[in-house]
Design a protein around this ligand. Structure first.
Ligand code: PGA
Ligand code: ZN
Length: 426
């Protein structure tokens, strides 16, 4: 039998509690197989989480890490998941993921924890790649060759900061670069020009950074933030190479009771919010907008997808969930792919494939609580996604850029930077 090779059989799974970039505990999983085959993965954590995400088990004991400990999830790995997976072949990803889904038995991985399951799932993939002597992106796909355009989150707001900017992320998108490396050089120029502008206009505290390493200036108005960013792009001489993107994360400024959106201090109807977006798209070269309406506001998303003429990305709206993608495919046109939202690598790959079949763009994304594990860079190239969103600066973000730089040089002439074809790089 194909999956009978002793060398690939899982011998040991060890999980431990480590810290993410917010100093909160999270899980690291090691998977061992056969003769020295090893794979490790860290589990990221979101703050602006969608309601339909896979469940994250936290201990709740306030005396330890304020209740955020992950010891129970780790016990679930050691006592329930590991015994079931021992002797399975690390290359048999789908069966391993299915076994964990079955063991859990709940629709949102509430029993064993989405955080426990995704950690094991990703570490299994790393171990399989190790056993095959391949980098993970190549193990995932023999035709992996597309380097993504990075959506660089240079002005942070919403839940990622303590300023009063309602949009969560205001980003540059260097689609006019020729290579991923050039996108980083452009990114450096703009980031540093923006630092000068913000500190001279708003004082030195304005260049403190938010959770994703972008600046968190005391700005309330999206247009004011954009004017500063556009100026930074102009000063650095890259206007012809850059378009812009937002994560509105509108769930967080939606008032359920009033059924209105409170943006920049004003309550707005769906139509008024759409008008606000239309004005933005008219005023700046905006190419992408994520979660422009609340996570269940199908009517709002439908208007955005139909009337804005740009990429409308579903994050909380789709939760990387193949079922939601099928149901909501008419109301947006791109997937924000976060593997811990759905909870296994197999389901993540399903979500990607389903999205491509719906003619969607795919943006692979970090969480605001990341570790130094760059695994999502490999996943991005492995599915030829064309777009990645991994914040701005700080090592848990640059770890992903560094891995992409490494992959780009490893691929050499075979590497293709998605550039202006970020929605469909082929
Ligand atoms: P999260 O935020 O990781 O806190 O969910 C990122 C996003 O909304 O895209
Ligand atoms: Zn988002």
């Amino acid at each position: 039998m194909y999956f009978g090779n002793e060398k690939f059989k899982i011998t040991k799974i060890v999980a431990r509690e480590i810290l993410d970039c917010r100093f909160n505990p999270t899980i690291q999983v090691d998977v061992w197989a056969g003769d020295g085959i090893f794979g490790r993965a860290d589990v990221p954590a979101g703050r602006s989480r969608g309601e339909k995400e896979a469940w994250e088990i936290r201990d709740g004991d306030k005396r330890v890490f304020g209740g955020l400990g992950v010891q129970q999830a780790i016990r679930n790995i050691h006592e329930v998941i590991a015994p079931a997976l021992i002797s399975m072949d690390v290359r048999d990803q789908r069966s391993i993921d299915l076994a964990m889904i079955k063991l859990d038995g709940t629709p949102n991985k509430q029993k064993l924890g989405g955080n426990a399951i995704i950690g094991v799932s990703m570490a299994v993939a790393r171990a399989a790649a190790c056993g095959c002597g391949l980098p993970l992106y190549r193990y995932l796909n023999a035709n992996a060759h597309v380097l993504p355009v990075p959506l660089l989150n240079y002005i942070n707001g919403g839940r990622l900061t303590s300023n009063d900017l309602d949009f969560q992320e205001i980003c540059i998108f260097p689609v006019g670069a020729e290579t991923f490396r050039e996108s980083m050089i452009i990114g450096w120029d703009v980031y540093n020009a923006l630092r000068e502008i913000l500190s001279s206009k708003y004082g030195k505290l304005a260049v403190n950074v938010g959770d994703e390493g972008g600046f968190a200036p005391p700005i309330v108005s999206v247009k004011e933030a954009m004017d500063n960013l556009v100026r930074a792009v102009e000063i650095s001489g890259h206007s012809d190479k850059i378009v812009y993107g937002f994560d509105c994360a509108a769930t967080h400024f939606y008032d359920k009771e009033k059924d209105m959106y409170k943006l920049e201090g004003e309550y707005r109807t769906r139509a008024e919010l759409l008008g606000f977006y239309k004005d933005l798209v008219k005023s700046y070269p905006v190419a992408s907008m994520e979660d422009p309406f609340a996570e269940d506001d199908i009517e709002g998303f439908a208007m955005a997808a139909k009337e804005l003429g740009i990429q409308i990305v579903g994050d909380d709206f789709l939760c990387t969930n193949p079922k939601l993608i099928r149901e909501r495919a008419d109301y947006c046109n791109a997937l924000l792919l976060k593997f811990n939202q759905v909870g296994t690598l197999s389901e993540t790959l399903d979500a990607a494939e389903s999205s491509y079949r719906h003619q969607f763009g795919i943006m692979v994304s970090e969480r605001s609580g990341e570790t130094e594990d760059p695994i999502l860079a490999d996943v991005t190239v492995g599915i030829n996604a064309g777009q990645i969103k991994t914040g701005a600066t700080r090592s848990e973000r640059t770890a992903k850029y560094n891995r992409l730089l490494e992959i780009e040089s490893e691929l050499g002439e075979a590497a293709v930077y998605a550039g202006r074809h970020f929605r469909n790089p082929f």
